[in-house]
Design a protein around this ligand. Structure first.
Ligand code: 6PG
Length: 229
């Protein structure tokens, strides 16, 4: 993996918003967005997507992308697309959905998504929603993984993820994340408190991938996740 300079300081401090209901706050931001919007997977955002569906029915003019996907069919229990479709996308009139084709496998799936992204003109996302793993990973960019050091390709495959579900992945790369106009983290629960502390210490560390995220960053979190801030 290309050597990343650990220890250098993050240039701009994030905007931390400790919320009683971070998912509702994320839903507000999502429903206000237009253009190209990127959704994270995992379990935390489900409620935000459900709330966004309650708040907005017409999503014309919005292109929805994904931060990452597990290499499973779209109807599989581990599919990020399946979660987002059930919570929001099936009810979102007029939305244009750019699904990562996990069923193609990591390399072919990444290549297919790269073609889709190129065909759309490599858009900067108006908003990208990120989760945070307990190991401070984002997307499917895991600590110390080669994918984290990728600076040319916008999308890559990950054969061996650092966390469950242990299935190959497709993931956006860091330059695409950091190229977003607005980056919003949605983080809840005590089990994320240590990762939050490592992610937002101010020091860049490839063993805490979230610490490499830079730009207009808003962090929505509950008291439990913020405990060690
Ligand atoms: C995924 C996500 C991943 C997620 C974190 C947090 O495919 O799992 O994209 O980056 O945001 O793992 O997941 P939870 O919200 O389930 O804790």
């Amino acid at each position: 993996m290309r050597k990343l300079i650990a220890g250098t300081l993050r240039l701009v401090k994030p905007d931390f918003r400790i919320e009683a209901d971070p998912a509702a706050a994320a839903a507000e931001l999502l429903t206000a967005a237009s253009g190209h919007v990127c959704l994270t997977g995992g379990s935390t955002p489900r409620r935000a997507y459900e709330r966004a569906a309650e708040l907005r029915s017409n999503w014309s003019g919005v292109d929805v992308w994904f931060t990452d996907e597990r290499c499973v069919p779209p109807d599989h229990e581990h599919s990020n697309f399946r979660m987002a479709a059930a919570a929001l996308l099936l009810d979102a009139e007029g939305v244009a959905v750019h699904r990562m084709q996990g069923e193609l496998g990591p390399d072919a799936g990444a290549a297919a998504y790269e073609r889709d992204y190129q065909a759309a003109g490599r858009p900067a996302f108006e908003m990208i929603l990120l989760g945070l793993g307990p190991d401070a990973h984002i997307c499917s960019l895991f600590p110390g993984d080669d994918a984290l050091g990728e600076r040319e390709r916008p999308v890559v495959g990950v054969d061996t993820p650092g966390m469950a579900p242990i299935v190959a992945r497709i993931t956006l790369t860091l330059p695409v994340v950091n190229g977003s106009e607005r980056i919003v983290f949605l983080i809840t629960g005590e089990d994320k408190a240590d990762a939050v502390a490592r992610a937002f210490s101010g020091r860049r560390d490839p063993m805490a991938p979230a610490s490499l995220v830079e730009g207009e960053v808003t962090v929505l979190l509950d008291e439990a996740a913020a405990r060690r801030l």
